[in-house]
Design a protein around this ligand. Structure first.
Ligand code: NDP
Length: 372
């Protein structure tokens, strides 16, 4: 079963990677690491050693404030390989059955949950119960109710809950946000977010409603949802949405293939977005204001992110997103640093409320009012 899972993982990641990650670009980069850091080190165990977990582990090798020290996995062969590759001691290795014993391990500060979406909720609740900080991949949960329960559990356990919103630390993205905040685009009128790729193997978990929670919206559409909020600086007050399905065998009931959706914001600005598992070359943000614009393509892939504004090319440094994210998360956890755009559980619940509203709008055909 494990070898089948490995095989599926490879297929799943390769589809995503093809769309999102020219590897040369991902590997390149000046990651703003602090060479002489002597503050506390965030000691992290990765839970779920799949495609993205592997990428995070590699990127963490360059961190100065965070370190991979443990693993939680259902696949013993991967645990062995990671132990020898990253020097992980036996006492920091867990499986999904004995994972709760991590509460007795003083050498691990945080657990980074990188499993299929449908499993995030339970693993984060167990992480909180063990008294460890939780870092969780997007989408944080499969609906807002589950997401809120995770926020509540972490609050009760007095641990932080952070979500892998790596774009919130990406330099070109941050520059566009800075320009918008300082009024350089004038009043924002419109955002367009197009996110998608053609998904491969029909048997992978991303096309399984129970494990994925939905379809493209959960996996890639969430970038347009989250991007609409950080690019405009507003939270939507209404949602409309329309679904198109061309392949009902691959995209079963509850697994969306393509959804177009629109947001309305309190200022009167609007957004028009597309989420799909059936089109390539879609990784584009466009922000339009009275005085200028920003256009990013690729806008959310692993990099390099490219973009321009009405003033010219964006030329901020290319970073390894996950390296910067984990160093920043160390500061958020230990120093209570407030990032420009939050990466906490409450931020993720807002996106989940919008996903719930999009699915409701698709089902009813009606405009759905939202209050975040
Ligand atoms: P993979 O399928 O490659 O890996 C998931 C891992 O979860 C598996 O390798 C396995 O690890 C573990 N797992 C536990 N239970 C199951 C199960 N029932 N079925 C399958 N795997 C299981 O997925 P990805 O790494 O691509 O995605 C994982 C998460 O990361 C998702 O939530 C996804 O949305 C997110 N992601 C985020 C990205 C970003 O840029 N922020 C990019 C890509 C993914 P083990 O064998 O160790 O038990």
């Amino acid at each position: 079963m494990n070898s089948r899972r490995d095989f599926l993982q490879k297929l799943g990641l390769s589809a995503l990677a093809l769309q999102l990650a020219p590897l040369s670009g991902w590997a390149a980069g000046a990651d703003n690491v602090e060479p002489h850091y002597d503050g506390p080190l965030l000691r992290v165990a990765i839970l779920g050693l799949g495609g993205y977990g592997t990428m995070v582990a590699e990127a963490m090798q360059k961190c100065t404030k965070a370190k991979l020290v443990g693993v939680v996995s259902g696949t013993p062969s991967k645990v062995k390989a990671w132990q020898s590759k990253y020097g992980i001691p036996e006492k920091n290795c867990y499986n999904y059955e004995n994972f709760d014993n991590i509460k007795n391990n003083p050498d691990i500060d945080a657990v980074y949950v990188i499993t299929p979406n449908g499993l995030h909720h339970d693993f984060v609740i167990r992480t909180a119960a063990a008294g460890k900080h939780a870092i969780c991949e997007k989408p944080m949960a499969v609906n807002a109710q589950e997401g809120q329960a995770m926020v509540d559990a972490c609050k009760k356990a007095n641990v932080k809950l952070l979500v892998g919103y790596r774009m919130h630390f990406e330099p070109k993205t941050l520059e566009v946000i800075r320009m918008r905040q300082s009024g350089e685009f004038g009043k924002i009128r419109f955002f367009q977010g197009q996110c998608g790729f053609t998904i491969g193997d029909p048997t992978q978990w991303r096309l399984n409603k129970k494990l994925a929670g939905g379809g493209s919206m959960m996996d890639i559409g969430i970038y347009a949802i989250n991007g609409a909020r950080y690019m405009t600086g507003e939270d939507p007050v209404w949602v409309t949405a329309q679904e198109t399905k061309t392949d009902t065998v691959k995209f079963k009931e509850g697994v969306d293939e393509t959804i177009q959706f629109q947001f309305g914001f309190p200022s009167g600005a609007v957004a028009s977005c597309l989420s799909t598992y059936n089109m390539n070359n879609l990784d584009r943000f466009f922000l339009d204001g009275e005085k200028g614009f920003a256009e990013m393509q690729p806008s959310t892939g692993y990099g390099p992110i490219r973009g321009r504004t009405h003033l010219g090319e964006l030329n901020q440094p290319i970073t390894t997103h996950q390296t910067v994210q984990m160093d920043e998360m160390a500061d958020i956890i230990f120093k209570n640093k407030q990032p420009v755009v939050p990466v906490n559980g409450e931020e993720a619940v807002k996106d989940l409320k919008l996903i719930d509203a999009i699915y409701l709008a698709v089902k009813t055909g009606k405009k759905v009012e939202v209050s975040l």
